[in-house]
Design a protein around this ligand. Structure first.
Ligand code: MSP
Length: 511
């Protein structure tokens, strides 16, 4: 049994979760469920990033302490993850005591090693981004923040620095030897190109308390707190017990996959492997940076009022529909454009018409013709099913392993549609009329078995529908510990129990 340690970014708690946050956790959950189907031992970590001025300000605006405020937002994130069936193993908060201890310990280790030093910083500071920029960076943006484009403050102050520059050559050769370390390849090339063209500055990892008061106190100097990114990145090791639970840590580290959005690539593909290397730890096996969901080609933002609220989507269309749409609509890695129209069309065509209808028709026939009891003397798959069943058994796992979720779904849907066509072609109502009972039994048995296999394949994407179909097929015992061993022709007989339609059709006139 191999282990699989998977993480999501830690979400900032200064705002409520939106569809972009839901996207990463849905993708991570789908991968975690798939790895469990493969019988890997999975550890899936998600959580929240709670320090920094933005959180303190947001809390102050509501008349709350930062921790009280964070507790409320965290509850909201956890509620969303529950509604979306996100099967994480641990929810880490950067305000957790153990995490804070690990951050301090790491700084002590790096300090003792000579990789942290104190120095005077002269340059430009962006208050909202809590980031420093050099004169050259600022020249290109005419004195504005390269990230948020707001005016910068010119400052001169003492701070603590981590020797990022010392490890630039190591990182370059590491990436050269490990082209799978950053994915997809467009992001790998972006990081390699950046390292070729630029000399890394050392990373300022402290903030004076007069500037940022809500953070982890810098060990050995109470005038400072730890820079929020340095604090947050360390969650990936503190979440599995670095330093304090050595055995657990050794079991899970290195992480197999960090899922992130493309905007936080530099922190994860440059800062993070270097911090780990300085700690004598291996870098993560893969950092996968996915694309962004836009609305009418624009970034979602409060000021534009175009934020898509995942709670509303779930209330209106159900959590499985949202999970399916986000992973089916665009290849994982590229940007996508969210539109209500596309969302509804996908639900109607793929979920209501193709999958939902197939299950409904077959279960209906099973009850109508045989009172729900279907077995057959002949038990091998019909010839018509064989090519696509073989294709699925060969292509599904590689597609999922390489995070090509939409391609995996496309293949599964080819089989679903083949089964729908099979019903049209074989005309079971004529078999019934002509009393060709054994033939009809074999026909229905084959469809039930085909649906059972499809359910295994779709279960990482559609956990609610997957469980519902298994109940309707009288196969509830499979729900616990479902594995890919189930995707072969093996059932002896079915005792079905028809449920309500899985995905009711949405009236497109509401568009
Ligand atoms: N707190 C940092 C991450 C620290 S990880 C150690 C952060 N938080 S965030 O809340 O701003 O963003 C979290 C994730 O959401 C990022 O991966 C970001 O890419 C993702 N998304 C935010 N908006 C998004 C879309 N519109 N679409 C897809 N993902 C987007 O950054």
């Amino acid at each position: 049994m191999s282990k699989f340690y998977l993480t999501t970014p830690l979400y900032y708690v200064n705002a409520s979760p939106h569809i972009g946050h839901a996207y990463t956790n849905i993708a991570a959950d789908t991968l975690a469920r798939f790895k469990r189907l493969k019988k890997d031992e999975v550890f899936f970590l998600t959580g929240t990033d709670e320090h920094g001025e933005k959180v303190r300000e947001a809390a102050q605006a509501k008349g709350k302490s930062p921790k009280e405020f964070a507790d409320e937002v965290v509850a909201n994130f956890q509620k969303l993850w529950k509604m979306l069936d996100i099967s994480y193993d641990f929810f880490i908060r950067t305000t957790d005591e153990l995490h804070k201890k690990v951050v301090k310990k790491v700084i002590e280790i790096l300090w003792d090693k000579g990789d942290i030093y104190k120095s005077t910083y002269k340059g430009f500071y962006c208050i909202p981004c809590e980031s420093f920029f050099s004169e050259t960076q600022v020249k290109e943006t005419e004195g504005r923040c390269p990230e948020c484009k707001r005016p910068l403050e010119e400052i001169k102050e003492d701070n603590y620095f981590f020797k990022l520059s010392k490890y630039q050559e190591w990182l370059k050769s590491y990436l050269k030897d490990n082209p799978g370390a950053v994915k997809p390849s467009i992001r790998y090339n972006e990081v390699v190109g950046f390292l070729e063209a630029n000399s890394l500055n050392d990373l300022c990892i402290s903030r004076p308390k007069h500037r940022v008061s809500w953070g982890i106190e810098f060990p050995g100097d109470s005038n400072y707190v730890v820079y929020v990114w340095f604090d947050a990145l360390l969650n990936y090791i503190s979440g599995v017990g670095f330093y304090y639970q050595e055995e657990n840590f050794r079991k899970w580290w290195p992480a197999d996959c960090h899922f992130i959005g493309k905007d936080i690539l530099r922190q994860h593909a440059i800062f993070w492997p270097i911090i780990l290397h300085a700690l004598d730890l291996s870098p993560p096996n893969t950092v996968f940076a996915h694309g962004w969901w836009l609305v009418e080609q624009e970034k979602m933002s409060k000021s534009k009022g175009n934020i898509v609220n995942p709670f509303d989507c779930i209330e209106e269309f159900g959590s499985d529909a949202l999970r399916y749409f986000l992973l089916r609509e665009i290849p994982f890695g590229l940007d996508g454009n969210f539109s209500r129209e596309k969302f509804i069309k996908r639900i109607n065509s793929d979920l209501a018409n193709d999958l939902g209808n197939l299950v409904f028709r077959v279960l209906n026939m099973s009850e109508k013709y045989f009172g729900g009891k279907v077995s057959s003397l002949k038990r091998e798959p019909p010839l018509e099913f064989k090519p696509l069943l073989d294709d699925l058994s060969k292509s599904y796992v590689p597609f999922m392993d390489s995070l090509e979720f939409s391609s995996a779904l496309e293949r599964v849907w080819s089989f679903i549609n083949l089964m729908n066509k099979f019903i049209e072609d074989k005309k079971p109502w004529i078999m019934w009329r002509e009393r060709r009972i054994e033939e009809l039994k074999y026909f229905l048995f084959s469809l039930l078995e085909g649906i059972r296999i499809v359910t295994v394949y779709v279960s990482p994407f559609l956990p609610k529908a997957g469980a519902d179909i298994l109940s309707q097929l009288g196969q509830s015992s499979l729900k616990e510990n479902l594995t890919l061993d189930e995707v072969c022709w093996k059932t002896e007989g079915f005792i079905t129990q028809k449920g309500s339609p899985l995905f009711p059709r949405i009236d497109e006139s509401i568009l």
